[in-house]
Design a binder for this molecule. Structure first.
Ligand code: ATP
Ligand code: MG
Length: 459
């Protein structure tokens, strides 16, 4: 009797140790299956009759119990195991909500309704007959929540479970239930938080956008109201000045609205390419001509080698890329300066380089530069209007052509934007069959290029 008292104390101490160990494991920042597997390892290591075990959790979407953790089973094979509601020991303990200790005969009875597929999965993953000598199965429930069943089994013996094991294993299952409950709540609140964050960013972006659009509008409204004042006779010179301001602010608005529209086209996957043979240097020239209408302090050099190839691209969209990059080069060089557009030929693609002598970009602002609505914070008392959509749109267009876009910059010295384009547009899906046919056409044309050049075209 003394001996058995001693044994009892040892056993209680061991159980306390396991409870502590499990309580600690469930506080680690682990994923659910990893946490359950660790707990399972601890349990099996301590409870002698427990030779193999499963944590079966109810998967609502599949309508099945799945083995979320396992000990003694082949982990790959047991992944295919799926018990229906009420099926086998797990199904019954889940419905009954009570811990059970089953003898060999009771196990066979409780498992009689297991579907043959599941039986053979158990057999394969255990490497032997899956009928155990005894089974201890306890529900994993937390208050109103029913998660699944913890199943421990004796396969060989000789040690068998005793009824004293039941409350202890139930305490372990209760701890597991708490951990699962907490993790699922956490996952739910993470999703909620993410949705909130996206909403917050969207609201913020919208506020910035409205503000940016309102600025030129306010200026236009101000000049128009002034011009319409009957009591004031404006000099011809003043009228001309006001009209020029209105003109330039309208251009500003127009360009921002174009960016917003382009960006929403990209968002809804409407960036459809109609490729044709394109001389990139001509497009660069056209955009430079557009820009020269509104700046006198910027000078351009367009430098393309004489043998620069004709590429296969959508000229409308390539023009937009040049516009977005060159407008930035001008806008962010408020003191003016030289802007160099250079074409380079590589083995598989061409690279266009646009270098300015503007304000430059700090290293930390370079990383998010191509993200929608990202704008570098302006210095105090110095504002350059924009929506933060120009570069993301340029990137989407370049990438749709199979190219890449990147940037190098030195704060206070200038910025260089690069983008590459393959010679021929690759087919990306069925819709683009036509593009490919036209693409081949461009490829053939490449060998007999004209040799007109815009080399060192100093404008
Ligand atoms: P939008 O082009 O839509 O009118 P935006 O010019 O602000 O607005 P992007 O063209 O996407 O938007 O550029 C994002 C940010 O990158 C800009 O706000 C600017 O801070 C910085 N940036 C872009 N190009 C240059 C450049 N050449 N020099 C310095 N900063 C630049
Ligand atoms: Mg821009």
């Amino acid at each position: 009797m003394v001996q058995s008292e001693k044994e009892k104390v040892v056993q209680l101490e061991r159980q306390l140790h396991v409870l502590n160990e499990v309580a600690r494991t469930i506080t680690y920042p682990l994923k659910l299956p990893e946490m359950l597997n660790r707990v399972m390892d601890t349990i099996i290591g301590v409870i002698e009759p427990a030779e193999v075990g499963l944590v079966m959790l109810w998967d609502q979407s599949a309508g099945l119990f799945r083995a979320e953790a396992a000990f003694g089973y082949d982990k790959e094979v047991i992944k295919q195991f799926g018990l229906r509601a009420g099926e086998s020991i797990t199904g019954k303990v889940f419905d009954g909500g009570k811990a059970v200790l089953l003898s060999e005969a009771e196990v066979a009875h409780a498992m009689a309704d297991i579907r043959p597929g599941n039986y053979s999965i158990l057999e394969r993953s255990l490497g032997r007959t899956p009928l155990p000598l005894s089974t201890l199965a306890v529900p994993i429930f937390a208050q109103e929540q029913k998660f699944g069943v913890l199943v421990l089994e004796t396969i060989k013996g000789p040690a068998l479970f005793s009824p004293e094991d039941l409350p202890f294993v139930q305490s372990l299952a209760d701890l597991l239930a708490l951990a699962i409950d907490r993790m699922r709540l956490q996952a739910k609140s993470d999703i909620k938080r993410e949705i909130k964050e996206v909403e917050r960013l969207r609201a913020e972006a919208l506020a910035t956008l409205s503000h940016e659009l309102r600025m030129p509008l306010t200026a236009i409204k101000g000049y128009t109201t002034a011009l319409l004042m009957e009591e004031i006779q404006w000099s011809e010179e003043k009228v001309d000045q006001f009209l020029r301001m209105i003109d330039s602010e309208s251009d500003n608005m127009q360009s921002m609205i174009k960016d917003i529209l382009d960006s929403s086209l990209v968002d809804v996957g409407q960036l459809k390419l109609e490729p044709q043979p394109v001389r990139v240097q001509y497009i660069a020239r056209e955009v430079v001509d557009e820009i020269l209408r509104y700046t006198q302090i910027h000078h351009f050099i367009i430098d393309f080698p004489a043998n620069f190839p004709i590429i296969d691209a959508d000229p409308r969209w390539i023009k937009q890329v040049f516009r977005n990059i060159l407008e930035n080069a001008v806008k962010y060089s408020p003191e003016g300066g030289l802007i160099v557009i250079k074409g380079q030929i590589r083995r598989d693609d061409i690279v266009i380089k646009v270098a300015d002598q503007g304000v430059g970009i700090s290293p930390e602002d370079l990383i998010p530069l191509f993200e929608k609505f990202y704008r570098v914070k302006s210095a105090e008392g110095f504002h350059i209007s924009g929506t933060g959509l120009g570069l993301p749109v340029a990137r989407s267009i370049v990438e749709a052509h199979g190219g890449r876009i990147w940037v190098e910059s030195q704060e206070g010295e200038g910025t260089t934007l690069y983008f590459s384009m393959p010679y021929v547009l690759e087919a990306r899906d069925e819709d683009n069959r036509n593009d490919v046919i036209q693409g081949n056409f461009a490829m053939k044309q490449r060998s007999n290029l004209g040799h007109e050049s815009l080399q060192s075209d100093n404008l």
